[in-house]
Design a protein around this ligand. Structure first.
Ligand SMILES: [Zn+2]
Length: 308
């Protein structure tokens, strides 16, 4: 038996996750696709303690939490609210603001904001795989006076973002985005080193900061750009990503401050990389994908909860 599938429509979602009982069953099926197995004694029989969202081994009595290592751990909100919020966040293409979520689910603004914030944290996957084969890399400025909103609300202080996107024929593959302090070789090649596998063919413009790439173990094809129109033609995929990113930051969130920029970049990348697989996005976000119950993720989430 494999991992459970994902509702294909809003209606199906509503029926399937109608109450906390149904949500708990789904969590258990995601956690134990092959059926329950006790981590201590290896036995397969357990009974459920639904109130505490625990499963207890019938043989040795060891209790296993259904939600440990996920955003759902120790939440006081009903699971149905989490499921709905996650569904909306992963299937609503441009993403949701706290105000939209508040309206859709009838929550207080504070609850909606906290919920979104936790789901966003879950969008940063520390074990993500490096990009490979053929990758476009470029950087762009966000914000600044010309993009500022009227009435003294600036979209952003000018911020520099570097991005990398895989080229798969005519389509774009996965993307990585990072806010960097400057356009120096150290900042830009440092980003490449963290996000792209060695040996990858990297396409950039003629900016000198990318010159060390061949010495670092990459194949590098720099092109001189000339006009902005020409630059967009030479690196079409990353330019399309940057364009969508600008629209998204300006539209859905009405601009963000410097402090939160990286979190928004992570959210954009998460959404972009799973745009064709809402089920994977839904399960990853709830912390249900395989391997996420490891100690690293658990400690990371736990720490972020307790220092809130
Ligand atoms: Zn046991």
């Amino acid at each position: 038996m494999g991992r459970p599938d994902f509702p294909k429509s809003l209606k199906e979602f509503q029926v399937r996750f109608r109450d906390d009982d149904a949500c708990r069953k789904y969590l258990a099926a995601c956690r134990w696709p092959e059926g329950f197995r006790c981590r201590r004694c290896g036995q397969g029989a357990a009974f459920e303690l639904p109130q505490r969202r625990l499963w207890q081994c019938k043989a040795c009595g060891r209790q296993t939490s259904l939600t440990a290592g996920s955003v759902l751990h120790r939440t006081r909100l009903p699971l149905t609210v989490w499921f709905w919020a996650t569904y909306l966040v992963t299937t609503h293409t441009p993403g949701l603001s706290a105000v939209q979520l508040q309206r859709q689910l009838g929550l207080s603004y504070e609850t909606a904001w906290a919920l979104l914030h936790k789901l966003r944290r879950a969008m940063v996957n520390p074990e993500r795989e490096a990009l490979k084969d053929k990758v476009e890399v470029d950087e762009m400025y966000l914000g600044g006076p010309e993009a500022g909103l009227k009435g003294g609300r600036q979209l952003l202080e000018k911020a520099l973002v570097v991005g990398a996107v895989e080229v798969r024929g005519k389509a774009a593959g996965r993307v990585r985005l990072q806010a960097v302090p400057d356009a120096s070789a150290r900042s830009l090649t440092g980003f490449v080193k963290r996000t792209v596998a060695l040996g990858t063919l990297i396409l950039t413009d003629g900016w000198g900061a990318y010159a060390p790439l061949p010495d670092m173990g990459y194949r590098h094809r720099p092109r001189t750009q000339g006009t902005p129109e020409r630059a967009a033609k030479l690196l079409p995929h990353i330019h399309r990503v940057f364009g969508n990113l600008k629209t998204w930051l300006g539209g859905t969130h009405h601009g963000v401050g410097h402090d939160h920029l990286q979190a928004y970049l992570d959210e954009f990348a998460f959404r972009f990389n799973r745009r064709r697989t809402p089920m994977a996005a839904f399960q990853t976000l709830l912390g249900l994908a395989s391997g996420v119950h490891g100690p690293t993720t658990y400690n990371m989430l736990y720490r972020s909860e307790s220092t809130r």
